[in-house]
Design a protein around this ligand. Structure first.
Ligand code: ADP
Ligand code: ASP
Ligand code: MG
Length: 436
């Protein structure tokens, strides 16, 4: 069995939905993970924001705009009155449900429930389309098997235990359709895997079922060697090692959710990145293979804050690093980069929620300096320390960019630089010119 995930643009119109069905129906008994139609999750987030701010009139306006769009989609997707009617009724229920939040106390639970509706809508629409065509499609509710543990991480053993029997009970199905992104938390409430989380759903399901392959279908022909939103003439990379892909995803290559590669890697299920607009393009394969001596790609991660702690003693007494890291553990804030000197530590974080409390605590150990609006540039490939020359090339490329921190040696695949956000485009372009 293969797991195929189609992102928002890939299911962004009735025409695209029809084309996507052609792609996944070429094989028997695939499991298909769908995102919400592009723009829908953003609208749902906007609706939730208006309810939260106590502005149900503005929320209603956005709901009505969505409703108009979806009415047209129903007209265009189905060819029979019966399936148009069925889908209208289904959508009516969803929109009434959305309107009903005007009369309730709004909390985080309500917010998560609202943003979950995009994937529920797209999967029902596509399943109805397949059923109209006489295809034996089974819609699996992700809320029946995708669950998060108490620590907020996906509970893979639970997913495995629940999903196996569901698939087994639907042996006659031609295809399984399910929602990306949405899950239940450990209390059983509706939750999600963060924005872009449908990739993560696909990889978790692929790992749970030990699938033959996980395919992430999107609007570009695979992982490019640099960010196509900032650099011209980027090229697809044909093969990536799991670790290289994981580093690129974590450090900003938007084509993949930051943590989606891990489950595939542990289950050793290859991941293929493919283009819905050009289904015959080879895309990128992510597997265990390591191609030596190659620099594969560059990515950038935004919204980074740098923190420098200069020890109040003249030298770094033992235990200093441990005390500093305990502060970040206490505030559940993960550190992306870290460098040390005799007198201090510099590190970077991307989650500023607890920054004030963190700084207050750190001030007990020394002076603290903050640099905002930074970004991490990450170069990925075979960067084992025995290899020579690549550092010179990379540093030469960045000769015009002020560098706040450098991190190398944490793994064999990555060298990262912390720079000002305003220099990101310059740095990405300079690296492309020099490396590729
Ligand atoms: P989907 O909605 O299918 O999940 P995304 O928008 O999340 O699609 O991801 C695809 C986009 O990722 C591409 O359109 C591209 O602009 C962006 N992107 C950023 N970095 C890269 C990269 N290194 N390679 C390919 N695409 C990238
Ligand atoms: N629909 C969700 C989002 O827009 C999840 C996804 O598309 O992966 O973030
Ligand atoms: Mg995405």
């Amino acid at each position: 069995m293969k797991v195929l995930k189609f992102g928002g643009t890939s299911v962004g119109s009735p025409q695209r939905m029809k084309e996507v069905c052609k792609i996944f129906l070429t094989d028997h008994r695939n499991l298909v993970v769908l995102s919400a139609m592009s723009g829908t999750t953003n609208s749902l987030v906007e609706i939730a924001e208006y309810f939260k701010k106590g502005n149900p009139e503005a929320a209603s306006l956005v709901i009505n705009q969505m409703r108009l769009k979806y009415d047209q989609h129903v007209q265009d997707l189905y060819s029979t009155t019966e399936w148009r009617e069925r889908t209208y009724l289904f959508l009516n229920d969803i929109f009434s449900f959305l309107f009903s939040f005007a009369n309730s106390d709004f909390d985080e639970k309500a917010e998560k429930t609202i943003v979950a509706q995009g994937e529920i809508i797209s999967t029902n629409m596509v399943t109805n389309y397949l059923l109209e065509k006489g295809i034996k499609a089974t819609l699996l509710s992700a809320l029946d098997f995708m669950r998060l543990s108490e620590n907020g991480e996906p509970d893979l053993p639970y997913i495995k235990e629940k999903l196996g029997p569901i698939i087994e009970a639907n042996k006659e199905s031609d295809v399984f359709i399910t929602q990306g992104f949405i899950a239940r938390n450990s209390q059983g409430e509706i939750d999600n895997l963060q924005r872009g989380g449908s990739d993560y759903t696909a990889c978790l399901i692929g790992a749970a079922l030990k699938a033959e392959e996980i395919q992430i279908w999107t609007d570009i022909d695979g992982m490019h060697n640099n960010d196509p939103r900032y650099v011209k003439n980027t090229k697809p990379v044909r093969q990536l090692n799991f670790e290289e892909a994981a580093e690129l995803a974590y450090f900003g290559a938007k084509i993949l959710h930051p943590t989606c590669i891990q489950p595939a890697r542990y289950a050793d299920v290859p991941v293929r990145l493919l283009n819905t607009m050009e289904p015959s393009a080879p895309g990128t394969i992510i597997n265990n293979e390591m191609r030596p001596n190659a620099i594969k790609a560059v990515a950038a991660k935004d919204n980074i804050t740098a923190i420098k702690i200069i020890s109040s003693r003249m030298f770094l007494a033992h235990g200093f690093l441990s005390r500093v890291s305990k502060v970040f553990e206490k505030y559940q804030t993960s550190v992306d980069m870290i460098t040390t000197s005799e007198v201090g530590i510099s590190l970077s974080i991307d989650n500023r929620t607890h920054l004030d409390s963190i700084v207050k605590k750190l001030k007990q150990y020394g002076t603290v300096e903050i640099d905002d609006d930074m970004c991490i540039i990450c170069v990925v490939g075979d960067l084992r320390w025995g290899n020579v020359d690549f550092e010179t090339k990379i540093l030469q490329a960045l000769s015009k960019v002020p560098i706040r921190m450098i991190s190398y040696g944490g793994c064999n695949h990555n060298i990262s630089f912390l720079i000002r956000a305003q220099d990101k485009k310059l740095a990405l372009n300079a690296l492309s010119e020099s490396l590729f």
